[in-house]
Unconditional design. Sequence first.
Length: 291
Amino acid sequence: MPFIGNQPALSYTSFAKQDFTTSATTSYTLDNPVANANELALFINFVRQEPTTAYTASGTSLTLTSATSASDDMYCVFLGKAVQTVNPPSGSVGSSQVASTIITGQTAETSIATDDTILIHDTSASALRKMTRANFVSGIGGDNTPMFHAYLGTNQSISSGTETKVALDSELLDTDSAFASNKFTVPSGKAGKYYIEGQVTLGDTSGGTSNVGFCFVTLYKNGSNVGGDSRHDPRANNGSAFAITIQAILDLSVGDYIELYGSGQITTSPHFFGATGAATRTYLLGYKLIG
């Protein structure tokens, strides 16, 4: 049938329902007024009651023929109050009602800002949620930080055969400001598995000649030895310096700290950890592993 004006919006119809808190009474109050008992369907313990016989209704007053008990389940459906809306009822729209262009028809992004949001499904709540790009990336691992590289900037004198903590006095890299006082400390929120590497170079004179018999390098976690290595210098007694490197993957908690120790058996004095070549000679480095 033709009409004048805008196309009417599609409406969805649903019937209003009211649940009652029952007690030993015959009188209840309705959420919506009715003209008579025939305008609502009343159910007690899931059995439909006969209008005018089991109950009467007028306005917002509902009167039962027999009183209920507190254990009864009672609700009504307002037959004379069909609620219309241009919005579909909650949970009524499925995949078959949604066109594929709702996604494919959108503009494709080639980059994402930190505060942009991503749509995800929360399985614990069976609901769709949104998450910022920053939190999403943090949740899947991040970018290998904290990351640090500290080294010995000047030669450090030591005693032959005595294990000594390396005084790492310079930094090449420290993303989270977590390296201080010759040690790396795991900062808040950064627990996990870490790749750690340390190297010690032994020498016996400020001129660089050496008579190194053995070289030891050790990693310490919270003041205890967690991994060390030693090596005999095949060039001992030929006037060459000697370096040894250790690597480890450690499971670290917040507050754990890592230090580098070294020692050597040297026949000529003075003895020192060598700093020639700056960050490439005696150093401690590490980074958090993703996953």
